[in-house]
Design a protein around this ligand. Structure first.
Ligand code: NAD
Length: 298
């Protein structure tokens, strides 16, 4: 099948380019970090990796690269999959007490025998740059004023919408996926910006009846082609958060990009959409944490 240049041009005009927007964020952070050096503050991220899951290794590599771009220091602690919950908690307590560490990230998923909620709970909320602790999630629920360390993927979606000046207030937003790291916090952040939000999930009856109403449709499920063109309103903004690896090795989102992009007014590609924004927001949180821990305004 051949695609016309006209079609390519139209799709490019609608693209919300996560690579470009994240690069802008990283360059601003680089400047901030170099100014922090004058105050002898060297933002540093500690990363705990358990096992060698290929997807986790790929995510870690992207985060390490972003640290190098911004000047954030990086220290990685690798563990065998046989590590216990207690051993990980002990390491986190050491990192909590270390003044040189400003952010602590535990790369998920953890092996089944590790009790992940207890590991996350051990992170000092001031260093919880992934925004996964109950304290930071709870604060984030109150209002935008308390989004000090918000979860990076939802924050990345908000930053993307802001960058493209897409109005949120009063808009009908439908989120597909209700996980604790994406769907639920994204819903809270959008409600706090006065959107009308519907959250759908695996048990939602007649998914299309909801998605078709969306001015802004955000999808975070992990199923390629879940969202087809007939499920999307003409002119909708479509944010594809899903990441799926096909048998031929290609990465795709949850949205049938080729057909949905014809109806959407804006759409994120996969790869190159929300993924890089998540990484940029992790860097943003790390710099903000380093500033707050040193009694500076972020
Ligand atoms: P999860 O498995 O925790 O949650 C999946 C959600 O999808 C659940 O709410 C489930 O009820 C819902 N769901 C499953 N099947 C469905 C269906 N047929 N119809 C409607 N809802 C359905 O996943 P997660 O951790 O939230 O991640 C979701 C996707 O987002 C994955 O592909 C993941 O790789 C990706 N992700 C991307 C980023 C990023 O930076 N872009 C960050 C985190 C996760």
């Amino acid at each position: 099948m051949t695609i016309s240049w006209d079609k390519i041009y139209i799709v490019l005009m609608k693209l919300m380019d996560g690579r470009k927007v994240s690069k802008e964020i990283l360059l601003k952070l680089k400047d901030k970090v170099s100014r922090m050096h004058f105050d002898h503050i060297h933002p540093k991220l500690a990363v705990i990796l358990v096992g060698k899951d290929p997807a986790s290794l790929a995510y870690i590599k992207q985060k390490q690269k972003a640290c190098a771009t911004t000047g954030i220091e990086w220290e990685q602690f690798d563990y065998e999959p046989s590590v216990s919950t207690e051993e990980l908690i002990k390491k986190i307590e050491e990192l909590n007490a270390d003044d040189k560490i400003h952010g602590i990230l535990v790369q998920l998923p953890l092996p089944e025998k590790v009790f992940a909620p207890n590991v996350i709970r051990a992170i000092d909320p001031k260093k919880d740059v992934d925004g996964f602790t109950a304290y930071n999630l709870g604060k984030m629920f109150i209002s935008t004023d308390f989004e000090d360390l918000a979860p990076c993927t939802p924050l990345g979606v908000i930053r993307m919408l802001e960058h493209y000046e897409i109005p949120i207030k009063g808009q009908e937003v439908v989120i597909v996926g209700h996980s604790n790291i994406v769907g639920k916090p994204l819903a809270a952040m959008l409600v706090n910006r006065d959107a009308t939000v519907t959250v759908c999930h695996i048990h939602t009856k007649d998914l299309a009846s909801h998605t078709k109403r969306a001015d802004i449709l955000c999808v975070a499920v992990g199923k390629a082609d879940l969202i087809t063109a007939d499920m999307v309103k003409e002119g909708a903004v479509v944010v594809d958060i899903g990441i799926n690896k096909l048998d031929d090795g290609r990465l795709v989102g949850d949205v049938d990009f080729e057909n949905v992009s014809e109806k959407a007014s804006f759409i994120t590609p996969v790869p190159g959409g929300t993924g890089p924004m998540t990484v940029a927001c992790l860097m943003e949180n790390t710099v903000a944490a380093a500033k707050r821990l040193n009694n500076l305004n972020p």
